[in-house]
Design a protein around this ligand. Structure first.
Ligand code: ADP
Length: 549
């Protein structure tokens, strides 16, 4: 155990370091403007009772790589934990030639593959980027227009192995190596081999015996499923095949007949072997133990119920804060939100070529266009919404049919609707600030960030009562004047229309009530500090118990 130190002492001065460098530049870059975890906003942050060495392993991290909430969470939770005194490393692929990280001087050989370790010390966190020719791709980070990359299993296996070697081989800052006493936090299937390798390749040889692994599930639907014949490429002892195998029930089988639905399922292995499991809301932690959200693995997950917890994500209060948001034409806070939102609405209406009118309710949808997020439900309900005289603005990318659906919406209702097909961070901020109501008809939602952003920006969420949405959007009660939005339980167009109808009626006929809902949303504590404290409890429990495997 280490003694808690003031945050200032945790700021790592990055030394010019070199261990087994291969002759490339050895200078490490440091963000001299801001090396403390608190960032530019000076705040008093409670300190952890026990500080730990934490190693996050992730396929995405904002602002460098992001396709959804995973990137957002990994871009801010580590900072919150560092601010509480922990030594925190985040290991992620170097998908492109990012501006900030520089070569650390350390190259690690993994099964004959040379991986260069790049480093950037920022906000108290060691951001470590794994460099290998398999990561940069002309398309997206996981896939291009031809589908997912055929070597993703290799790419993320390499990430896991590099992340496990980093505490042992990569000296960082004045403290040097992280060493063996650390907690690995493996995020989603891309990092799910970390608990497996810890148990199969390190602990049996007396390495990392005090280390623990936490499997963080941000979305159970994506599992990293590969043919059983790929098992030998993972470099695991034969006896570990059963840990990796998942046999699909007959109605879900794909692939060769002789495989009988068998697969090497990366996330299943992580869930089976990790010391603890955590997911991004208590509601989702319950759902994945049932057929409602378990994707067939509910029995296995339920068996690990005693070590499964749910912690609602926080939001980055510098990135998603209307008082300092660099994307907004006018910044505002709770004391000025009516005027601020009106100005943002006017600017968005002008930018999108919609009629400029403060009295027209502006309804928004932002998200991936796929089955999960329910954009099809929004499109089904759109004709009814148009009949209510609202403006509807949708932003998203995803499947071709839904992208075309957004184009149809805009073409069919030129004066009332806009369908922006694309991934545009600035636009997502501007829409959230301008909107009166934000729709989230997700069929399932592990946590959901957009409803949290909406509440912080004074936009009222209308959401399907599932997973993290159920935990965070509290139904408006006109009697007690409580609640922060509306939820609906029948996840279809009629459910969405009913809840949206209530929101519109309140906005038009009871504006004071609507304002109260906005205020309560803006006052909701969505800071990462509370979530970070709950994560610390998970780490303590992990360390308290013997290793699970
Ligand atoms: P998920 O991770 O399942 O996609 P979340 O609600 O947890 O969903 O997080 C989604 C994140 O991605 C949010 O930050 C959201 O604003 C952002 N996002 C989704 N689609 C877009 C888009 N088309 N343009 C910009 N940001 C987007």
């Amino acid at each position: 155990m280490q003694v808690v130190k003031p945050v200032e002492k945790q700021a790592e001065k990055q030394a010019v370091s070199s261990s087994n460098g291969n002759g490339k530049a050895k200078k490490e870059k440091e963000d001299s403007s801001d090396t403390t975890a608190q960032g530019s906003l000076a705040k008093v942050i409670p300190q952890a009772k026990t500080v730990r060495n934490l190693v996050f392993v992730t396929s995405e991290v904002a602002p460098w790589s992001k396709t959804g909430g995973l990137g957002d969470v990994l871009g801010s939770l580590p900072i919150a934990l560092a601010a509480r005194g922990h030594r925190v490393m985040v290991v992620t692929p170097r998908y492109s030639d990012y501006a900030e990280p520089t070569y650390s001087g350390t190259t690690i050989n993994i099964n004959g593959n040379e991986v260069g370790m790049y480093h950037y010390a920022h906000k108290g966190v060691d951001w470590v980027f794994v460099d290998h020719p398999c990561y940069p791709r002309p398309g997206g980070i996981y896939a291009d227009e031809h589908g997912v990359y055929g070597d993703n299993q290799f790419r993320y296996q390499l990430l896991c192995l590099a992340a496990m070697e980093a505490p042992l081989q990569l000296p960082l800052g004045e403290k040097g190596l992280y060493g063996q006493d650390c907690v690995f936090i493996a995020n989603d299937w891309h990092a799910a081999l970390v608990p497996v390798y810890l148990a199969a390749k390190y602990r049996p040889y007396g390495v990392y015996t005090n280390a623990r692994s936490v499997m963080a599930i941000h979305n159970l639907r994506h599992q990293g499923v590969f043919p059983p014949g790929t098992f030998p490429s993972l470099g695991l002892p034969d006896g570990w095949y059963q840990a990796m195998e998942y046999q699909y029930p007959p109605h879900l089988r794909q692939g060769a007949y002789e495989e009988e639905g068998r697969s090497v399922n990366t996330l299943k292995a992580g869930i089976t072997v990790a010391d603890r499991l955590v997911t991004v809301s208590p509601g989702y932690a319950e759902e994945i133990r049932t057929w409602l959200g378990g994707w067939g693995m509910e029995g296995m997950i339920d068996a690990r119920g005693p070590v499964l917890n749910g912690i609602v994500n926080g939001i980055d209060d510098e990135d998603w804060n209307p008082a300092v948001d660099k994307h907004l034409p006018v910044k505002y806070d709770i004391s000025s939100f009516k005027a601020g939102k009106a100005a943002c609405k006017k600017a968005l209406q002008e930018e999108l070529g919609l009629p400029v009118n403060a009295d027209i309710p502006l309804i928004a949808f932002i998200g991936r266009l796929d089955y999960q997020k329910g954009a099809d439900i929004v499109l089904q309900a759109a004709p009814w919404m148009m009949s209510q005289g609202v403006q509807l603005v949708c932003l998203g990318t995803g499947t071709t049919d839904l992208e075309n659906g957004l184009r149809w919406l805009e073409a069919a209702y030129r004066d009332q609707a806009r369908g922006w097909v694309g991934f545009n961070v600035a636009m997502s901020h501007k829409i959230t600030a301008a909107a009166d109501i934000l729709l989230m008809p997700s069929r399932f939602e592990p946590c959901g960030l957009n409803q949290l952003y909406a509440m912080a920006y004074g936009a009222v969420p209308v959401a399907h009562a599932t997973g993290g949405l159920r935990d965070t959007v509290l139904d408006f009660n006109p009697e007690s004047q409580t609640g922060t939005g509306w939820t609906f339980s029948s996840c279809d167009a009629s459910g969405l229309m009913h809840a949206t109808g209530l929101a519109l009626a309140t906005l038009r006929d009871y504006p004071n009530d609507f304002e109260g809902i906005q205020r309560r949303g803006m006052q909701r504590d969505s800071s990462w500090n509370g979530a970070a404290e709950q994560y610390e409890q998970i780490f303590e429990w992990a360390i308290m118990d013997q290793p699970y495997a």
